[in-house]
Design a protein around this ligand. Structure first.
Ligand SMILES: [Zn+2]
Length: 302
């Protein structure tokens, strides 16, 4: 049985028509239950992160502004979400969800988070629907607290993990690798330890070939991460509202299995987060997010 971290408060209350698929988190859990995928997992719920915990990676004034609901109109525009008690609540939960998933992965080899991948959040501001950076938070706490000596963040969301790259610049213990579409948000790119830019319109074969090359490059780099944080963003899908790539369901499943199997074969712990996925049909988006959970089960049962 694999560990799965989730929380009933992960959904974000938004008005109809908002670009962010607000209820995809609960829809994802419903699909996993309906299809029997949850039978292969043990569920865990995170506790909210404290201000002191988050201050390991975020500016205390920014954390206070999120908690108090005093972000400026400009801050909220850059974030792309309206402030609410529920948004605040889930913003303190999800980073600990990714940390809990990472700890389960370190103990058991593989674990999955039914949220996470808020890679556009920066030290002192949120952006692109990302309030706090769960990937940076989890990786930094694990290395700071001696639970891992080296962590690899492999970000396969279609957008560049710019917040992750900037927040971890100069930290040799955490390697950041972002595979993303060359022409997409954010307009101002950061520099990851390894950026792989994929041309607009690329489909399964071209994408998977670049991923294979990237995995081979990482293997040959001599880095020895105890843990891989894998952002399995599904905004690479051909019908995604914000992505410009053309992967199919099968392509995403192959990608996820390839990544998980590759690192497990090397003896690395793997923690997955769902990352981005956008569309007006929330059921369809949630189904795409379910693929990484199915891939994880397929890897451990084959
Ligand atoms: Zn994205």
């Amino acid at each position: 049985m694999l560990g799965l971290v989730t929380h009933p408060s992960y959904d974000i209350p938004l008005k109809d028509g908002h670009q962010f698929p607000a209820t995809k988190f609960s829809r994802l859990m419903a699909i996993l239950a309906r299809d029997g995928v949850l039978d292969g997992f043990v569920q865990h719920n995170p506790e909210p992160a404290s201000h002191a915990d988050l201050a390991v990676v975020h500016c205390p004034d920014y954390i206070n502004s999120v908690a108090a609901g005093t972000l400026s109109a400009r801050d909220l525009r850059v974030l792309g979400l309206p402030w609410s008690d529920a948004l605040c609540n889930r913003s303190f939960l999800a980073p600990n969800g990714t940390l809990a998933t990472a700890r389960l992965a370190l103990a058991e080899g593989l674990a999955c988070h039914a949220a996470g991948g808020t890679h556009h959040a920066h030290f002192d501001y949120g952006a692109g629907y990302c309030v706090f950076n769960d990937l940076v938070y989890a990786a930094r706490r694990l290395v700071d607290e001696g639970e891992a000596s080296e962590v690899l963040i492999l970000d396969c969301d279609v957008h560049q993990g710019d917040g992750t790259a900037r927040m971890l610049a100069g930290d040799d213990r955490i390697f950041t690798c972002s595979l993303h579409c060359r022409s997409n948000y954010p307009a101002r790119r950061a520099v990851s330890d390894l950026d792989v830019e994929i041309d607009k319109g690329t489909g399964d074969d071209g994408y998977l070939a670049m991923l294979m090359d990237t995995l081979a490059f990482l293997a040959e780099s001599g880095r020895q991460p105890d843990l891989v944080l894998y952002d399995a963003g599904v905004d690479v899908h051909e019908n995604d509202r914000l992505g410009h790539l053309t992967l199919s369901h099968a392509g995403i499943s192959t990608r996820d299995e390839m990544v998980i199997r590759h690192f497990r074969d090397q003896g690395r712990a793997v923690a997955t987060v769902i990352g981005g996925g956008y569309g007006t049909d929330i059921e369809e988006v949630a189904h795409r997010h379910s693929l990484v959970f199915r891939a994880a089960l397929a890897v451990v049962t084959s």
